[in-house]
Design a protein around this ligand. Structure first.
Ligand SMILES: C[S@@+](CC[C@H](N)C(=O)[O-])C[C@H]1O[C@@H](n2cnc3c(N)ncnc32)[C@H](O)[C@@H]1O
Length: 253
């Protein structure tokens, strides 16, 4: 995956992101529910986007010191009102070892190398610190993948990792108390372009569909729409997301 292209998509989408981030808000709340007390003193939100999780931290742990990191400058600018903002890559964190008591990252790891990102998380966590990460696993947008498959030689939907990828990366990084669950979330859309527009508004057009759909011939596009239509339910066209919620901690010594 080309990180420059991904970064540019998210940078452009910072202004529209909040209008479309229903899945992202649901997953943040589900991930927060996985965390027990005590309150962490220093929290890093890695891949913060516009900073939705920072508001949740502020309500639950008002005394915590918040740092928001993202590689898209416009996302950092949006999150900055609620935390100190840092523009950097999750895979190479610009922090000293043991800088944080909670490492948080919601729905950003599907865009990067999870093993590298978790190794960095483990490095910047203080002994006894906790990690909470959500990502998307294989099966995500399966309907979109099926609708596009075979229409041309391009892969139209991002290849998502197996569900246990995060847990394995945590174990490899020496983290303990590793727990993970998979939550299947489904949303419905009146028409296929509504789903593609939402992905674009999120900056997630690299995830599937919308980028290449614009370049397709009319006949090919109609074939894609017809295939998706065959899955229509009473609520509309379904889109499935397989969210992984993973928590772990760094050994005290
Ligand atoms: C789907 S958004 C999630 C944002 C936020 N965590 C939320 O839940 O609303 C993914 C974010 O991760 C950021 N991101 C993706 N890969 C990254 C990387 N390698 N380093 C830093 N940020 C990254 C993107 O710029 C984007 O803001």
């Amino acid at each position: 995956m080309n990180q420059h292209v991904i970064r540019r998509s998210f940078d452009r989408a910072a202004a529209s992101y909040d209008t479309a981030a229903n899945l992202q808000r649901r997953v943040c709340q589900l991930l927060l529910d996985q965390l027990a007390e005590p309150a962490p003193a220093r929290i890093l939100d890695a891949g913060c986007g516009t900073g939705y999780a920072l508001g949740l931290f502020g309500s639950r742990w008002p005394a915590a010191q918040l740092t928001a990191l993202d590689f898209a400058p416009a996302m950092v600018a949006a999150a900055k009102a609620q935390a100190s903002g840092v523009c950097a890559n999750i895979e190479a964190l610009p922090f000293a070892a043991a800088s944080f008591d909670l490492y948080w990252s919601s729905l950003s790891f599907q865009w990067c190398d999870a093993a590298r990102a978790v190794a960095e998380a483990a490095r910047v966590l203080a002994p006894g610190g906790r990690l909470a990460v959500s990502s998307l696993a294989s099966g995500t947008l399966a309907e979109l993948h099926a609708a596009f498959s075979g229409v041309d030689s391009h892969r139209h939907v991002l290849e998502f990792s197996p569900p246990d990828t995060l847990a394995q990366a945590c174990a490899a990084a020496g983290l303990i108390n590793i727990r993970w669950i998979k939550q299947t979330l489904r949303f419905h859309y009146p028409i296929l372009p509504a789903l593609l527009r939402e992905l674009k508004a999120l900056g997630a057009n690299q995830v599937g569909g919308s980028r290449r759909a614009g370049l397709m011939g009319r006949k090919t596009w109609q074939a894609v729409e017809q295939r998706y239509e065959s899955r229509r339910e009473t609520a509309g066209l379904p889109a499935t997301y397989e969210a992984i919620l993973c928590t772990a901690s760094k050994p005290v010594s």
